[in-house]
Design a protein around this ligand. Sequence first.
Ligand SMILES: *[C@@H]1O[C@H](CO)[C@@H](O)[C@H](O)[C@H]1NC(C)=O
Ligand SMILES: *[C@@H]1O[C@H](CO)[C@@H](O)[C@H](O)[C@H]1NC(C)=O
Length: 504
Amino acid sequence: MKYSFIALIFVAFLAFTISQNAVDDKGKKIVCYYANWSPTRAGTAKFTPQNIDPFLCTHLIYAFASFAEGKIVAGDPEQDINNNGFVDFNDLKKVNEKLKTMLSIGGWAEGSAKFSRIASKADRRDRFAQSVVELLRQYNFDGINIDWQYPTFRDGSRPEDRENFVELVKTLRESFDNEAQLTTKPRMLVTMTLPAEKEYIEQGYDLINLQKYIDFFSIVSYDYHLSVEPSINHHAPLYPLPQEIEADMNVGLNADATVEYLLSRGIMKEKLNLGIPTYGRTFKLENSEEHQFGAASKGQGDTGKTNREVGYIPYYEICKKILDEKWTVVQVNTSALGPYAYKGEDWVAYDDENIARTKAEYVRKKGLNGIMFWTIDNDDFRGDCGNRSFPVIKAARDGLRGIPPIRNRVENRPKIPRVGEDPFIGKTTEPPRRQTERITESTNNEPIANGINPTVNSVPTIKQFFLTLPTQKPTQIARVKNSDGDSYYQTISIWIQNNIINFK
Ligand SMILES: *[C@@H]1O[C@H](CO)[C@@H](O)[C@H](O)[C@H]1NC(C)=O
Ligand SMILES: *[C@@H]1O[C@H](CO)[C@@H](O)[C@H](O)[C@H]1NC(C)=O
């Protein structure tokens, strides 16, 4: 038998569960940012590259690198180099060979000046591009993500940034092309982040020319409203509310408006990813009775317990506030935007599983390239609030693939197969065997699940897997196929009781 017996059961069982629904995410991107300051969060909020599920996203972006003397350098040498951030991040590809990793340079704190200076002259661009090739290859990244906030804006920018930015991106792309030819390695990717604000785009981004060299763009389709504003609002609506349309309010401040605008400016839909936040924006209500959109705010809300950004809390804290501190959740319109939650004068707007899914379904219907998350480390990565880890990203991923909400799937779940029973075709394929026999029969070359390359050293075998069970409910990743032969990875739990394999 080519694949282990247990792997077959995984695959067959999951195929059965999911085959009722079309799964066609062919080529759709799931791009997840990782913030290199998350390893410094306290206690269980600490998140390192080793906390990343290597099968969750198709592309991971490490944020942020920085500049020194016109070259790209690690943004936080302590985390990135000394603590092995870069190495551990790229080692995730030993587990999932299809995963692509990128290094992002820029971000709000970086500002505009250094980008502007480097982009302004050919020799500076060349020197920078050369340093990018060297650093990315040294640490085994697959590409660069440019997050210049923003060309022609903020201190140190210049009016020529718009044209110079195209030249910079072109230089990077040509350097990557040349390097790929010389080394015969796959060409590295050139990607960038786009602001949602029209004025930044109009003035700073020559979209048509940028797109010649860019593999894909990810839109920052969140932070349409910030907590410094005098009235409260949701930072990441997909559509405007009907009453806003009527009152001519918040015009253009929603993801759909941004997508339509970018498409109207000639961006190819196949190159566009929609950004989804895994965090909330917090406010202090002027009057705790007045918590609806548009109500007066006294200012930014509390900083989360585990992060250090005022007016911002990660989803893993929001869901705990709702569960443990009994915050009230208000859904104003589940097809237009995420909920808000409040308690006393504290207020937060965020994207829950439902709206994350809805946004991904929008991407699917529109034929866009995929979805992007800021950030993977802000999701409920431990699964503290529900039945699965990374619930927001997984809900969106399901939406992208046309898989219905998990609750529906639970109801449709077939009976748990016994060892030796193939639930897919409903007949016994192998006589039942004892669990201990199966363990001793495993060899070191046996993959834990169909599709994971057994030649990669770090993939545990079935034997290692069972011998190292931390609890009776380990989580495992299996490749799943539907009846059309499409496949993808899914995290499942497995436990053994009375010689019966149980799945969830
Ligand atoms: C919810 O928002 C959507 C999108 O803007 C709109 O089409 C729909 O009519 C709204 N539903 C209600 C009940 O207001
Ligand atoms: C977890 O799954 C159970 C069924 O297995 C369901 O009843 C429950 O509502 C789920 N919890 C959440 C938070 O989704």
